[in-house]
Design a protein around this ligand. Structure first.
Ligand code: CA
Length: 242
C-alpha cells in the first residue's frame, strides 16, 4: 500500500492514494493544509472540531492525521489519548503554538509521532508527512527481514535460513528491538529502557548476558554475524556485505 512516490517511483495509474485526516478549526490554516496536501496527491478529509475529528479517526481508516491541539468540542490531547487507548496507531502530527513546549511534550507523551509549530511552511509539513509514512511502513512491515534472518512479529517466530530459532521472551523482545532498528547502534541504556520493564533488574550486565545468549542462537553456525558489539557504545544488528 505504501508505494508509488513514497518509494521514489512515479505514481502509477490507479494507485491507492494516501488518505489524511486534518482536524483543524482555524479556516486559514485548514484550507492551506488541505489545498497543499491535495496538490501533493493526498486524499484529504477536513474536520473543524474535536468531536467529529475523533469520530472520523475511529470509524474510518487514514494513513495519517494532522491534529491541531486547541479545538472546539474536544481538544487534541483528548483525541490522541482516546485513539491510543483504543489501540488505533494511525500516525499523528500535532500542530502546536510556536512557544508551547509543554504542549509538544504532552502530545508526544500521549502518542503523537511528530509535531509542527505554527506558523510552518507547507514543504516542512510535507517532508514530515513523508517521513512518518515511511516510518509507518517500516513499523507495519511483517515479517522483518535482515539478510537471511526472518522475524515474524505477528507469529513471534524467528528463522535464519531454513532453521527455526527458539527464543525466550526476553531474547525475542531484544531481537525484535534490534531488527526494528537495524543498522542503528543501540546503547545499553536504550536497550534497557525498551526491552526490560522497570521492575526488572536494572543492571546493565543483564543486557550483555542476554545479548550473548541471543547471539549464540542467531549467529553461531552461520557464515555471517548479524549482532555486532560496538566497543564503548553498545550493539548493532546489521548484515555486513563481505
Ligand atoms: Ca485551533
Amino acid at each position: 500500500m505504501y508505494h508509488g512516490k513514497f518509494a521514489g517511483l512515479t505514481p502509477c495509474e490507479g494507485e491507492i492514494r494516501m488518505r489524511v485526516l486534518v482536524i483543524e478549526d482555524e479556516p486559514g490554516v485548514a484550507s492551506f493544509v488541505k489545498k497543499g496536501l491535495r496538490e501533493a496527491s493526498y486524499t484529504v478529509d477536513l474536520v473543524d472540531n474535536g468531536i467529529d475529528g475523533l469520530h472520523r479517526a475511529i470509524t474510518e481508516t487514514y494513513d495519517a492525521v494532522v491534529l491541531d491541539l486547541m479545538l472546539p468540542g474536544l481538544d487534541g490531547f483528548s483525541i490522541l489519548r482516546e485513539l491510543r487507548s483504543r489501540d488505533i496507531r494511525t500516525p499523528v502530527i500535532c500542530l502546536t503554538a510556536r512557544d508551547a513546549v509543554d504542549d509538544r511534550i504532552k502530545g508526544l507523551d500521549l502518542g503523537a509521532d511528530d509535531y509542527l509549530a505554527k506558523p510552518f511552511s507547507f514543504s516542512e509539513l510535507l517532508a514530515r508527512m513523508r517521513a512518518l509514512l515511511r516510518r509507518g511502513h517500516d513499523l507495519h512491515a511483517n515479517p522483518i527481514i535482515v539478510a537471511d534472518l526472518k522475524v515474524d512479529v505477528l507469529a513471534r517466530s524467528v528463522h535464519r535460513g531454513d532453521r527455526r530459532i527458539d527464543l525466550s521472551p526476553n531474547e525475542y523482545a531484544l531481537l525484535e528491538y534490534f531488527v526494528r532498528h537495524k543498522c542503528q547502534v543501540l546503547s545499553r541504556t536504550m536497550i534497557l529502557e525498551h526491552v526490560w520493564d522497570m521492575n526488572q533488574d536494572p543492571m546493565t550486565n543483564v543486557i550483555d548476558v542476554h545479548i550473548n545468549r541471543l547471539r549464540k542462537k542467531i549467529d553461531n553456525g552461520f557464515d555471517s554475524r548479524l549482532i555486532h558489539t560496538i566497543r564503548g557504545v553498545g550493539y548493532v544488528l546489521r548484515h555486513d556485505e563481505t
